[in-house]
Every structure is written in structure tokens, then in C-alpha cells.
Design a protein around this ligand. Structure first.
Ligand code: HAX
Length: 442
């Protein structure tokens, strides 16, 4: 057993015993009540599952095991001479609830490097897809093709004690995380770089190796990839990609199947695909104006037209957050630190202008609950700055990072013995009866 797995086994045993006692002794304690509006409107604000890895506060943003993004940018181990955290560190933190040492992160990176070999048939399957296939569809297909390697599925077929499920889910999750950068890079190079692939460099950390295999070897792009891979990992349990992974995993579908489900959700324009949409939306603005940097008034008019056309302004709004997303702020800080001192970038500047102009207009509609930018409002322009102009690919990068959060949660789900998820539903007729009954009591 590797040392991370041993530490997890100790921690999981203690937490599982604690959870069992909580359910037995305090299982009837009420956590709140929900309303008809919540039932119709996407269950927002209902607490309906336990996620150990992170917690989202509407005002403050995400905390991973209690640590905010600025705290993690300071405290997590960094690559030699690097300034951004290594994503290996945030995985360790989410899984164990403890900040890792440099040694822990180094050992986890080596562990992933040893597991990083992608079976040939996965590339063969990708090669059969038309090159026009959206990169997110290719990503999901590759993950499903790799399901042949699931040690959980193989062990389940032979018969395993449910107490040991987590061990196999751990192995599958670690293998998946180790292999995803290679798959992402293969999709990118096949679709956009004439199929000229770049071999991995096992000396590099996980995120830098991804940048390298994609074909971006500069120090700054590696720093961006480390930050990008750290901030997109997790956003508590209710977002579509995390919830879908958790839900499908609850049927004991193996991590490949469960993660693929999460990624089909991430591919939606109201979720992860928004990072691609933001770029397309800004480029359409520039095209409409005939090129050049727009004025604030022109941006305001464009936002109003988007709303009048019944479309969403991508990169703005959130189901839970009610302030500027700290993941947006971290990327803004990256722009100010790494890019602006060397010269203004037009697209990054437009993002700053939208940040100034959009919130009052969105607030003015009276219906948008959060007029502030989310993570997707900034990520694409940073990638574009370093030459990655293929917008359709951006959500795949989000997906590679999201694996760290949803798969560490999946390991916990099995370690704590969470059962099949199966919430109840109600018909509109049933709701009308409940409303009538509550009004007759009043
Ligand atoms: N532009 C236009 N209208 C918006 C809007 C936006 N950015 N954000 C919300 N609204 C609208 C909703 O469509 C809804 O309209 P209807 O009543 O006509 O249906 C109304 O405002 C109320 O919505 P809400 O309660 O404020 O927001 P929801 O919780 O329903 O939705 C979304 C949250 C993120 C889906 C929404 O804000 C949105 O569509 N944003 C644009 C797409 C986007 O950036 N998605 C990425 C979100 C972060 C993420 O998951 N990243 O991966």
C-alpha cells in the first residue's frame, strides 16, 4: 500500500466510525426545511449530501478543508523557483484534510508519474473519431474507453467486501488522475496540431507536464497551468460535475463511469463550457465592432443586447456565490503579476472592463441573483495570451483539474459507506395538494 493510501486508511477508519455514531445517535436532528420554489428551481440551498473536500460560502467563496484560495496560494508547496501552488498539494489536502509537506507532494507526483501510462486502445478509439468532434466529447469517450482498466469493476465482479470498496476506488482514481493530462494533450495535439504528439517528461510536476505535452514549455505557462489546475479542482458537492460523479458513483459504477458522467455535465454551457463561451462572446463583440478595443459604452450596449436576445452573459452569475468568485480574483492577480508588467493584453483588459460594466447592468434586471463574475470569466483570456487560442478545448483543462476534487470525494464516499442516492420527487398535482393543505391549516 502506498504511503498516501495508508494515511487515508487510518483517517477514513476514524471518520467512518464517527459518522456511524452521528447517524445512530443524532440521525433525527433536522437540518432545515425547504420550499416549493426550491423544489422547482434546482434544489438551490437544500443540504442534501455530505462532501468532505470543500465548502462554498456565498459571500466568501470556496474553502478547501478550511483554506481559502489566497491562503493556499501561499501555503501549498511550490515547484523549485515556482510561485504558484502544485495541484498535487491540493489533492493531498482534499483527501487527508492536512496540508502536505514538500516531501508529501514530491512523493505523490512520483506516484502519479508511475501510473501515467495510457493504454494504446484509448488512443485508437480517439483516432477513430472525426476530428471535428468537440474536445469534451472526445475527453468523455477516452475516459469511457479506459474503463477496461477499472480495478474496482474487476474486483467487484470477483466479489469484494463492501468495507474494501474504497481501496479499489482509490486505485482507479489515482490511475485516472495520473493519465488524464496525457489524454487531454493527445486530444489537443490531434485536433489542432496535425497529430504531432509530445512525449511526457516524467521529471516535470503533473501540471507542468500537461503544459509541456500540450506544447507550451514556457515558465509562465507552466505557472498558469499550476494555478489553473489548483483553482478548478472542487466547488463543494452540489455543482453539476461533482454531483453527477457522486450520484453515478453511488450506484457503485466504477470511477471511470462516474467521472465520465461528471464530465458530460461539465460540458454544459451553464457549467464548465462557459469558459469557452466567454471567449466566443468577447470575440463576437470585437467582430461586431470591426476589431479594436471596445469602449465601456460599447460593452454595456453589447451586454444589454445579449440580455434582450434572451441569452446569458457567460462568466457571470452563480447558483450559490453572491460575490466576485475568488477564483476570478486569483486569475486577475495572475494577469497583474505575470502579464501586465510586460505589456497590456487587449483581451485581458476587456475582461477587466466587463468586470466594471456588467455587474450594475445585470443587477438592474432585478432577477439575476449574482451579478458578479465566476471562474470562467477570466480563464480563457489567460490561455489565449500564451497562444492557446482553441477555445473549444478550454473545458477539457477544467475537466482535468476537476478530477482531483470529484475523485477524492468519491474515495471518501466509498470509505464512509455512503449508500445509493435516491431522493424523492413530487408531481405538480402533489405540490398543489400540499399548498392547499398548508393554507387550510393557516
Ligand atoms: N446572464 C443572463 N441571465 C442570467 C445570468 C447571466 N449571466 N445569470 C442568471 N441569469 C438569469 C437566469 O437565466 C434566470 O432567468 P429566468 O428567471 O428567466 O430563468 C434568472 O437570471 C435567475 O437566475 P439565478 O437564480 O440568478 O441563477 P441560477 O442559479 O438559476 O443559474 C447560472 C446560475 C450560473 C447557471 C447562471 O448565472 C448563468 O447562466 N450564468 C452564465 C453561464 C455561466 O457563466 N456559467 C458558469 C457558472 C460557474 C460554473 O459552474 N463554472 O463552471
Amino acid at each position: 500500500m502506498d504511503s498516501l493510501k495508508e494515511k487515508f486508511a487510518e483517517k477514513a477508519k476514524l471518520t467512518a466510525a464517527e459518522v456511524k455514531t452521528i447517524i445512530k445517535e443524532k440521525g433525527d436532528v433536522k437540518l432545515g426545511e425547504y420550499t416549493v420554489a426550491q423544489v422547482y428551481q434546482g434544489m438551490k440551498g437544500m443540504i442534501g449530501m455530505v462532501t468532505e473536500t470543500s465548502k462554498l460560502d456565498p459571500e466568501e467563496g470556496i474553502r478547501f478543508r478550511g483554506y481559502s484560495i489566497p491562503e493556499l496560494r501561499e501555503k501549498l508547496p511550490k515547484a523549485p523557483k515556482g510561485t504558484e501552488p502544485l495541484p498535487e498539494g491540493i489533492f493531498y489536502l482534499m483527501l487527508l484534510g492536512e496540508l502536505p509537506t514538500e516531501e508529501d507532494v514530491h512523493s505523490l507526483g512520483n506516484n502519479w508519474a508511475r501510473r501515467a501510462i495510457v493504454p494504446k486502445h484509448v488512443f485508437d478509439v480517439l483516432d477513430e473519431l472525426p476530428a471535428s468532434t468537440h474536445p469534451m466529447t472526445q475527453f468523455v469517450v477516452a475516459i469511457l474507453a479506459m474503463q477496461t482498466e477499472s480495478v474496482f469493476a474487476a474486483a467487484y465482479k470477483k466479489g469484494i467486501n463492501k468495507k474494501n470498496y474504497w481501496e479499489y476506488v482509490y486505485e482507479d482514481s489515482m490511475n485516472l488522475i495520473a493519465r488524464l493530462p496525457r489524454i487531454a494533450a493527445y486530444i489537443y495535439r490531434r485536433k489542432y496540431k496535425n497529430g504531432v504528439h509530445i512525449e511526457p517528461d516524467p521529471k516535470l510536476d503533473w501540471a507542468a507536464n500537461l503544459a509541456h505535452m500540450l506544447g507550451y514549455d514556457t515558465k509562465d505557462m507552466k505557472a498558469l497551468m499550476r494555478l489553473y489546475m489548483t483553482i478548478h479542482v472542487d466547488h463543494e458537492g452540489g455543482n453539476v460535475s461533482a454531483h453527477a460523479t457522486h450520484l453515478v458513483g453511488s450506484a457503485l459504477s466504477d470511477p471511470y463511469l462516474a467521472f465520465a458522467a461528471g464530465m458530460t455535465g461539465l460540458a454544459g454551457p451553464l457549467h464548465g463550457l462557459a469558459n469557452q463561451e466567454v471567449l466566443s462572446w468577447i470575440i463576437e463583440l470585437e467582430r461586431e465592432l470591426g476589431g479594436g478595443k471596445p469602449s465601456e459604452q460599447q460593452i454595456a450596449d453589447y451586454i444589454k443586447k445579449t440580455l434582450e436576445d434572451g441569452k446569458v452573459v457567460p462568466g457571470y452569475g452563480h447558483a450559490v456565490l453572491r460575490k466576485t468568485d475568488p477564483r476570478f480574483a486569483a486569475q486577475q492577480d495572475f494577469y497583474l503579476k505575470y502579464i501586465k508588467p510586460k505589456g497590456e493584453d487587449d483581451l485581458c483588459e476587456i475582461v477587466q472592463m466587463i468586470y466594471k460594466v456588467a455587474p450594475p447592468i445585470l443587477e438592474g434586471t432585478g432577477k439575476i441573483k449574482n451579478p458578479w463574475p465566476n471562474v470562467d470569466a477570466h480563464s480563457g483570456v489567460l490561455l489565449t495570451h500564451y497562444g492557446m487560442v482553441e477555445h473549444d478545448f478550454y473545458t477539457v483543462l477544467f475537466g482535468v483539474s476537476r478530477a482531483l476534487g470529484v475523485l477524492s470525494s468519491l474515495i471518501w464516499d466509498r470509505a464512509l459507506g455512503h449508500p445509493l442516492e435516491r431522493p424523492g420527487s413530487i408531481t405538480t398535482e402533489g405540490i398543489k395538494k400540499k399548498i392547499a393543505a398548508s393554507e387550510s391549516k393557516a
